[in-house]
Write a protein that binds this ligand. Structure first.
Ligand SMILES: C[S@@+](CC[C@H](N)C(=O)[O-])C[C@H]1O[C@@H](n2cnc3c(N)ncnc32)[C@H](O)[C@@H]1O
Length: 416
């Protein structure tokens, strides 16, 4: 419980959840899978529900406690929601964790949690009275989703608060969908094919338990993310640019689909190393370069590309259930900053596209400003660009649901 509280406290201080968890897991390499999974699950669940937990705590506390104790109380409340039948054990565990972290505050933790239990029946009313708590999102986020998706805003918010599905991509160079399904069945892992190279697992599991992963027959990639490479539809012999490539999920998928000459660019040198590791595992190859793709003069050799994947940095609002810290760390004004950065990137990349070539614009955002509005402005600025319809639509917003995360795709052709 203390480890999960440390992660929650780290986010409350503005830190990144995934990075902090990876550092913690590295420092505790001897943790069994079960411990690693439990710490992760508790921290992630607490942050998905942070608004609700905090609304309850505000009723019980007179002043804000030290951030680690605040995190611990939130984790304990989440545990109480998950396991009400073990309430007394949960309180004892939280008190023991406080005794280790801040012995002087263990009485306070005990008092607050016992008081919380006495007032259990009030929790729904406390949560309902607070807009942010009811939805478990900041107010600005709720407003944006409501405005951008008037018919489905509640479903979008709910999907973002749920647990994400786990999907696999079959490496068609090494295995077939049928062969992988049979292998999974033999290992007692329930899965079903959902089109293309994609399999959906009935229950998420640890990578170490996944047959064929180490041997490069399968990768873990969300089913929505797996739409990108087939939409770009690379053909053998083409020059392809993957402009924002790390950790290389879509780079690998493109290479699995066709023998192309691929350049993968990535701004972050540490993340760029993950592309090579992924390609090596899958038996694939590409040129990988650390560069700012919008600074064309620094990396482009002047030879145009036939296809460009622009999987641009974005708010990640479509994958918030995988990164629940972002909904509490992002600010409304960040979205305009992302949109400006995306515009800079696609304008720069457009120069490197061959006439007749296509660029696939991708975000994992559900915010219009980064999606359709971005593409409409792009088409206004570039008279030589035209949309290539996706399933009879000029673009393809994929809202998050039980099978896939939220994505947005627009395919743009450069007039010949
Ligand atoms: C959405 S992620 C890409 C995910 C990746 N395409 C995949 O499928 O595995 C965006 C990536 O773009 C990188 N990035 C951000 N700004 C960039 C820039 N100006 N040039 C190149 N890469 C950039 C980020 O570091 C991040 O790794």
């Amino acid at each position: 419980m203390l480890r999960a509280a440390e992660l929650v406290a780290h986010v409350m201080e503005g830190g990144n959840l995934t990075d902090a968890f990876e550092r913690m897991a590295e420092a505790n390499a001897a943790w069994p899978d079960g411990t690693r999974g439990a710490v992760r699950d508790l921290a992630w669940s607490t942050l998905r529900d942070y608004g609700r937990g905090d609304a309850i705590l505000r009723q019980l506390l007179h002043s804000a406690p030290a951030v680690l104790i605040h995190g611990l109380l939130l984790v304990a409340l989440m545990r109480l929601v998950q396991r009400p039948e073990q309430a007394h054990t949960v309180v004892d565990q939280a008190v023991q964790a406080a005794a280790v972290a801040m012995p002087g505050l263990k009485g306070m933790v005990n008092g607050v949690l016992r008081n919380a239990l006495r007032q259990w029946a009030q929790w729904p009313a406390w949560v309902d009275a607070d807009d942010e708590a009811r939805h478990a999102y900041p107010r600005w986020w709720v407003e944006r989703v409501r405005k951008n998706h008037p018919k489905s805003w509640q479903a979008v918010l709910e999907a973002g608060n749920g647990r994400p599905p786990m999907a696999l991509r079959v490496n068609r160079r090494r295995a077939s969908v049928e062969a992988v399904l049979a292998e999974l069945e033999e290992a007692g892992i329930a899965a079903r094919a959902v089109g293309g190279d994609t399999l959906l697992l009935a229950h998420p599991l640890a990578l170490a338990r996944l047959p064929g992963y180490a041997e490069g027959r399968v990768s873990v990639q969300d089913a929505g993310a797996q739409r990108a490479a087939p939409l770009l539809a690379p053909r053998a012999g083409e020059r392809v640019l993957d402009a924002c490539a790390a950790p290389g999920g879509k780079t690998a998928h493109l290479l699995e689909l066709a023998d192309v000459e691929l350049l993968a660019l990535e701004l972050d040198p540490r993340r760029a190393q993950r592309i090579r590791r992924n390609l090596d595992r899958l038996g694939l190859d590409a040129r990988i370069q650390v560069a700012d793709c919008s600074d064309v003069g620094n990396w482009w050799d002047g030879r145009p590309f036939d296809r460009i994947l622009a999987d641009v940095p974005c708010s990640a609002s479509g994958v918030v259930r995988r990164h629940p810290d972002i909904k509490w760390l992002r600010r409304d004004e960040d979205i305009a900053a992302f949109a400006a950065q995306q515009a800079r990137i696609v304008d720069a990349l457009w120069q490197t596209l061959a006439p007749g070539g296509t660029m696939l614009y991708v975000t994992c955002s559900v915010f219009e400003q980064e999606n359709t509005a971005q593409v409409v402005r792009f088409l206004d600025r570039h008279a030589d660009a035209e949309p290539v319809p996706i399933e009879a639509s000029p673009d393809c917003p994929l809202l998050p649901d039980a099978e896939h995360d939220g994505f947005y795709f627009a395919c743009l052709r450069k007039k010949a």
